[in-house]
Design a protein around this ligand. Structure first.
Ligand SMILES: Nc1ncnc2c1ncn2[C@@H]1O[C@H](COP(=O)(O)OP(=O)(O)O)[C@@H](O)[C@H]1O
Ligand SMILES: [Mg+2]
Length: 360
């Protein structure tokens, strides 16, 4: 298992989940592996009576997580909404792992997602040889989740064409999936529900029909409340990622993490931290998730080509790459920020030089 590039949440945190299950004497909804209380503790972290430390997976308002978990215990599905990089996918995976012990029943929504991904398909060799039989049927992740009373995840729901989305309506309202070819149906077992995610930034995608929207409770995941919270999220995740990628451990990289987060937050909000200078915002989202990638890439640079300490030059290229997506307008915004803010800031001279070098 240690050779897996990316273990599923339920594999990676198997020990925590097992300890939670042992400590958990509260009522579990039918087919849940844990009680709602234990699921919230798994997500937000805490310490158990036996001394087990549960690491926080999500950093954010407790109430949001409670609402999300409570929703899963009702007959309504859960829609996680937010701008890119607010941990919608991450939270969906961990919720499924904690509730069902299985985060793998996943439909990735794209404009090419077909109805088979939500209902079922056929093994054509068998279909031709035997005709439509249960053995020739290829269940979708949603169908499997219904049969087993588990959580199905639908990623980027609003990218799925509207008529395909509609296949979910019967599933969510009637809790059944008809199979006309076999004159039968799959009725959902207790514990079945859907966690969907959607970006509220996606333009030109298929909005949710009101019929479908009514089947979901929506929880909006916010951007981190302040810089310190965001630095904490990035630091924790970078350490975890570094470990799973077997990157050499670097001494605390907090100074550079703080710098990346400061740049991203200032450009995102269009004003400097002290509120004195207003800035042009680039087109890129500059999310927490991107800050995590920039720092992780920087650590790889520092570890393999530097002196083993994360330096300004190790994050500069990543920052410029993340900010300058549009070669014209983003470059203007970036250069203005560089000259008006970075250049003048105490302790940022080395970072300024490194940025100049990669900005060209
Ligand atoms: N509030 C947060 N708490 C914990 N991790 C976060 C938070 N915000 C972002 N992340 C991290 O950012 C990464 C990206 O999240 P992802 O779930 O892919 O975002 P989304 O699906 O919203 O675009 C994850 O690795 C996650 O650890
Ligand atoms: Mg996502």
């Amino acid at each position: 298992m240690t050779d897996l590039l990316r273990p599923h949440a339920e594999q990676q945190f198997a020990d925590e989940l097992a300890a939670l299950a042992r400590a958990d004497d509260r009522q579990r909804p039918p087919n849940w592996k844990l009680s709602p209380w234990a699921v919230v503790t798994y997500l937000l972290g805490g310490e158990l009576p036996d001394g087990t430390v549960v690491t926080p997976k999500y950093v954010g308002p407790r109430r949001l997580v409670e609402v999300a978990v409570a929703t899963l215990a009702t007959d309504r599905a859960l829609l996680l909404l937010g701008v890119p990089g607010t941990a919608k996918t991450w939270v969906g995976e961990h919720l499924a792992a904690a509730v069902s012990g299985d985060s793998t029943l996943l439909v990735q929504g794209t404009s090419g997602t077909a109805e088979e991904a939500i209902r079922y398909g056929w093994n054509y060799a068998r279909l031709l040889a035997e005709g439509p039989t249960p053995a020739a049927l290829v269940p979708s992740p949603v169908m499997t989740a219904m049969r087993e009373g588990r959580v199905a995840r639908v990623e980027e729901l609003t990218r799925i064409p509207a008529d395909v989305q509609d296949a979910l309506i019967t599933v969510l309202s009637e809790k059944t999936l008809p199979i006309p070819e076999l004159a039968s149906e799959v009725q959902a077992q207790k514990g079945f529900t859907v966690i969907a995610t959607a970006n509220d930034r996606d333009r030109g995608v298929n909005d949710l029909s009101s019929a479908l929207r009514r089947r979901f409770n929506t929880v909006v995941l916010p951007l981190p409340a302040d810089a310190e919270e965001e630095v904490g999220i990035v630091a924790r995740r970078v350490t975890q990622l570094g470990r799973s990628l077997d990157l050499p451990e670097l001494p605390a990289a907090l100074e550079e993490i703080r710098r990346v987060v400061t740049v991203f937050r200032e450009l995102r909000s269009g004003t400097t931290t002290d509120g004195r200078t207003s800035l042009k915002s680039p087109t890129a989202t500059l999310s927490t998730a991107e800050a995590i990638s920039v720092v992780t890439a920087g650590i790889a640079l520092a570890a393999h080509f530097g002196d083993g300490v994360l330096r300004p030059a190790d994050v500069a290229a990543g920052i410029v790459g993340a900010v300058v997506r549009d070669p014209v307008s983003d470059r203007v915004a970036w250069t203005e920020y560089l000259e008006a803010v970075v250049r003048e800031r105490d302790g940022w001279a080395e970072f300024y030089r490194a940025c100049r070098e990669v900005t060209g």
